[in-house]
Ligand binder design. Structure first.
Ligand code: HPA
Length: 269
């Protein structure tokens, strides 16, 4: 089956489950999936039941798709994403974004846990741009003309109007919200201190193992994007050690701010 055929099959399957014209896709990263529990009139579909869909293997990712209403908007939320480091091809990593577009989502909110380069644990950061350091690109291969051009412009991948709304809403809510550049790597190792020093020189404010592929595919198809990083640790070399337990632990502290912020943003988008 071609990629386009797979997208259509999955789209039809989800539509047959009652998932109709969502406005926004939400991709919820490590420890941030709880937001999906607040979705009203929810239709929940297990990843295992969705044709052509990947499987979630990471602790802190539930592996469910939840459709319904959040802050008065029709959202399609993913509790758990597919990472390149799990051995998934980029097509699988970005397939949910393709399907979101096919179902009619106008925008996507992409969230992640990230290491801070300058910013410390507990910080929420709007992504204003990224550096793709994964060594590959999810659009390599035949271009899906139905979705977008062969050589997509990435100048405004992180939609300016969405970023402005996010900052305005955060200020109104008294939530501190930073702004910065996300550098996307493959993982699964955390970085070396030398890599982090290099990334700092390159202009990165946060580093993580996701988001970049999904945002490339979203931007290709003209979707608007809001990216939010939850900084869970100082990146390598700026704290004594790094581990996934800490990442999940810190997100449990940030998530109340995070949930309030996202709901308020959705109301305004
Ligand atoms: N590096 C890469 N990915 C991450 C980190 C980090 O320090 N923290 C959370 N995700």
């Amino acid at each position: 089956m071609s990629l386009l055929e797979k997208i259509r099959v999955t789209q039809s399957f989800l539509e047959s489950k009652g998932i109709q014209s969502p406005e926004f896709g939400l991709i919820l990263g490590s420890g941030l999936g709880e937001l999906a529990e607040e979705i009203d009139n929810a239709i929940v579909v297990d990843y295992a039941d969705i044709p052509n869909w990947g499987q979630s293997t990471v602790v802190g990712h539930a592996g469910k798709l939840v459709y319904g209403e959040l802050a008065g908007r029709k959202v399609l939320a993913l509790q758990g994403r597919f990472h390149f480091y799990e051995g998934n091809p980029m097509e699988t990593v970005t397939f949910p974004v393709r399907v979101m577009k096919a179902l009619g989502c106008e925008g996507v909110l992409v969230t992640n846990a990230a290491g801070g380069i300058g910013y410390g644990p507990g910080t929420l950061m709007v992504i204003n741009d990224h550096i793709n350091l994964t060594g590959t690109n999810p659009l390599i291969g035949e271009n899906l003309e139905e979705f977008g051009p062969r050589f997509p412009d990435m100048s405004d991948a992180y939609t300016k109007a969405y970023r402005e709304v996010a900052h305005r809403v955060a200020e109104k809510q008294g939530i501190k919200l930073e702004d910065g550049v996300y550098i996307g790597v493959t993982g699964p190792t955390y970085e070396t201190p030398a890599e982090i020093r290099a990334f700092k020189t390159m202009g990165a404010d946060a580093v993580g193992m996701s988001t970049v592929p999904e945002v490339i595919v979203a931007a290709h198809s003209g979707m608007k994007v809001l990216g939010i990083s939850a900084i869970t640790n100082f990146a390598a070399g700026f704290q004594s050690e790094l581990n996934h337990e800490e990442v999940v632990e810190v997100t449990t502290h940030i998530k109340e701010d995070f949930k309030g912020l996202v709901k308020a943003i959705l109301e305004e988008l």
